[in-house]
Write a protein that binds this ligand. Structure first.
Ligand code: ISE
Length: 331
């Protein structure tokens, strides 16, 4: 069975998803690429061999020639379009975050539960990254003992668009919020947020999270790091530690120097994670077997943490994360 995909959004991530499906994921057809900017949709379709372009996302979702949907539109459209996919009974891979608004996430949970089928996977692709997976495996095998601390660093070269500190928490950090929940198999209980005044308006955001299992997670999100796209992580366990390794294509020796090169953004850094995520999603849709991908529940939880984080940033206080108990539907 060839899975016919409707891709909504042909910006940075939409164009890259089109490339991934065209080049790295067998058994799919890019049926339609939809974007308000038809030039962008056309360019992505030409580059990926998509059959059609469109400008109406609801028409793409309703199209009987579309079996499954990928949402790579701006954040504000993620939940509304996911709701349309649920109503149409179509599986959807929705880029993170599911929504920056907890109420919208709850509406998606409610719609999925009423539909009686889990149709939404949220694009927290780091679960599929080989290095994150190795750290998770070390924990699962008990080799590090109980996890105590998870150090996380998330550095962008420069803001992708009009980033404010809140966006570092509500758009970028959800990757770490989800990765921490998945890695430590615990919920986030509280979050504190700090910024170094010396950094001014572009100062990094530094967060300290406590989990419901008594662990600590610290997350630095710096969206103006300048030197390169750099995501790091170190697990501290009772018996030892384990750190993420970023893929490096070459160690260069030149002019009395040795160096390697940072990527400019997340796409090269997580190229394998995106490939595995997209392949796993297609396999789940075609076989009905679940994968390790994030559900709408996971999307809701990371947004609940982000909402508490924005409150902590604003108030300067540690904030308890307010979230529902996990419904049986998402057990
Ligand atoms: C972007 O949306 C991503 O998902 C990247 O992984 C992250 O590093 C970046 O800060 C976000 O804006």
């Amino acid at each position: 069975m060839t899975l016919r995909i409707g891709l909504i959004g042909a910006g940075i991530m939409g164009a890259d998803h089109a490339r991934i499906f065209a080049e790295d994921v067998p058994g799919v057809t890019l049926q339609t690429i939809c974007d308000a900017d038809q030039n962008r949709a056309r360019a992505a379709a030409d580059a990926s061999g998509a059959k059609h372009t469109g400008s109406d996302p609801l028409a793409v979702i309703a199209d009987s020639a579309v079996d499954a949907v990928v949402i790579a539109a701006p954040d504000a459209f993620h939940a509304p379009l996911s709701l349309a996919c649920i109503a149409a009974g179509k599986p959807v891979l929705c880029e993170k975050p599911l929504s920056q608004d907890v109420r919208e996430c709850l509406a998606v949970l409610d719609a999925e539960e009423r539909k009686g089928k889990r149709l939404v996977q949220v694009g927290f692709m780091r679960r599929f990254d080989p290095s994150y997976a190795e750290l998770k495996s070390l924990l699962t095998r008990g080799e590090l003992g109980k996890a105590l601390i998870f150090h996380c660093f998330h550095r962008n070269v420069s803001p992708a668009y009009d980033f404010r500190a809140e966006m570092a928490i509500s758009n970028s950090a959800p990757h770490e919020f989800d990765a921490a929940r998945w890695m430590l198999d615990a919920e986030i209980a509280t979050i504190s947020v700090f910024r170094p005044p010396a950094g001014g308006a572009a100062a990094p955001v530094f967060m300290v999270l406590e989990t419901t299992a008594g662990q600590l997670v610290n997350i630095e999100v710096n969206i103006s790091a300048a030197y390169g796209y750099d995501v790091r992580g170190e697990l501290v366990g009772e018996k030892g530690t384990a750190s993420l390794r970023a893929p490096v294509n070459a160690d260069v020796n030149l002019g009395l120097r040795q160096y390697s090169v940072y990527p400019a953004d997340w796409r090269p850094r997580f190229v394998e994670a995106y490939r595995r995520q997209n392949q796993a999603w297609v396999n789940s849709v075609t076989t009905g077997k679940p994968n390790i991908g994030a559900s709408a529940w996971d999307g809701y939880c990371s947004t609940a943490v982000a909402a508490a984080g924005v409150e902590a940033l604003t108030t300067g206080r540690s904030v308890a994360v307010r979230q529902l108990a996990r419904p049986r539907f998402y057990a």
